[in-house]
Design a protein around this ligand. Structure first.
Ligand code: OGA
Ligand code: MN
Length: 271
């Protein structure tokens, strides 16, 4: 079945209408990848997709990361009874991309809404290609060669502003990772690399570094670059993790919100 693509905002987000068989057999996979790169996030609504089908669909689009979750499906929940790493996942309420500490950040994330919160819990996405492209030339010149150190510790300050020494020591066990601020992709296009793990700009005084990272985040997440997904049960959403940042809007930990996530492995380093 052919794809019907409905763009939701100017720069980011499209709904794609098709059927489960088309997604599982992969006949439109190339096309879907191209739309994903162009639109940043895509979703499929009203299809009755199982965990097994979610993984099959993911495999038509790339290589899945098997190490998280079971059978390629990881449970995203802020409830410790459901996910032991719920505290770490609270970092997902702040703008970020996944895998900033890896040499190859994930290509894409796939979320399927199993159960939703009565309040909050929408997910927002911003297009970091467009955010770069629309920067004033003066900014592009000023940031062209800057590098940023990302750390797990930094993102935890958003979750727990007054961490104990032991907590800080724990998060510092994960080594920091230095990335360019401007990522030049294999395609030649450029995007901004920011987010909650972005700790400091190498070589800048701390105040300037913090101010620049905040200014670029504000720029990238202004409404015209953002799509907010209002979930319906069963929605299958795929985001390009190399060309967007995302965050969940706050929701109660005990709301029962549960997403099943499958991750596509990164295909290019950040350089
Ligand atoms: C993620 C994530 C956001 C959400 O799974 O990487 O950030 O809305 N999820 O649950
Ligand atoms: Mn995330």
């Amino acid at each position: 079945m052919a794809l019907q693509v409905i763009d939701l905002t100017t720069h980011v987000g499209s709904e794609i209408r098709t059927d489960v068989a088309t997604l599982v057999n992969g006949t439109e996979a190339q096309n879907i990848r191209a739309i994903l790169e162009r639109r940043g996030i895509i979703f499929f609504r009203g299809l009755d997709i199982s965990d097994e089908q979610q993984v099959l669909i993911a495999k038509t689009l790339g290589n899945i990361v098997e190490s998280e979750g079971e059978g390629g499906v990881y449970k995203v929940s802020l409830d410790r009874g459901v996910n032991q790493r719920a505290d770490y996942l609270k970092g997902s309420l702040f703008w970020h991309f996944d895998g900033s500490l890896q040499p190859y950040p994930n290509l894409a994330g796939i979320l399927r809404a199993i159960s939703l919160s009565d309040v909050g819990g929408q997910t927002e996405f911003c297009n970091t290609y467009t955010a770069y492209e629309e920067l004033p030339d003066e900014d592009k010149r000023a940031i062209a060669d800057l590098r940023v150190v990302h750390s797990a510790e930094r993102s935890q300050y958003y979750v727990r502003p007054e961490m104990s020494y032991e907590e800080i020591a724990f998060w510092q066990q994960s080594p920091g990772h230095t990335c360019p601020l401007v990522w030049t992709h294999k395609s030649g296009r450029k995007s901004l690399l920011l987010g909650a793990t972005a700790d400091y700009v190498v070589g800048l005084p701390v105040e300037q570094s913090r101010a620049l990272l905040a200014r670029l985040r504000d720029w990238s997440t202004q409404p015209r670059f953002v799509y907010r997904h209002e979930w319906q049960p069963g929605d299958l959403l795929i985001w390009s993790n190399t060309g967007t940042m995302h965050r969940a809007l706050p929701y109660p930990e005990d709301s029962g919100r549960l997403m099943h996530r499958t991750v596509l492995a990164g295909e290019e380093p950040m350089n």
